[in-house]
Design a binder for this molecule. Structure first.
Ligand SMILES: [Zn+2]
Ligand SMILES: [Zn+2]
Length: 102
């Protein structure tokens, strides 16, 4: 099940479950739209993949047993472990390749 992580790994902005600006890679690395566009250039610093908008888990239980209350968001904040220079070099290299050919 998709882990709904609480913050942007780059700028630490809060990204609650209903945040329209949350972006995820295929490993659920989570960032805000601003960081993905301006800093990361659609390159996940952890895996090199691209991003998509994170879907909103319904707060209302439209179907029995499936809702945000039944499967709550994660509270564990994550933070990038790369320093600025390492990150910039990685992004510069990978961003040249479109996500579908990485
Ligand atoms: Zn951010
Ligand atoms: Zn990733």
């Amino acid at each position: 099940m998709l882990q709904l992580r609480p913050n942007c790994e780059a700028c630490d902005k809060d990204l609650p479950p209903a945040a329209m600006e949350a972006r995820i890679c295929s490993y659920e690395c989570t960032f805000c739209a601003d960081c993905v566009e301006r800093v990361l250039r659609n390159v996940c610093p952890n895996c090199g993949g691209g991003f998509v908008p994170r879907p909103i888990r319904p707060a209302i239980e439209h179907r029995p047993g499936v809702s945000l209350a039944k499967h709550p968001a994660s509270a564990e904040r994550r933070h990038l472990k790369w320093d600025g220079a390492t990150l910039a070099a990685f992004i510069g290299e990978v961003a040249r390749i479109p996500p579908e050919r990485r």
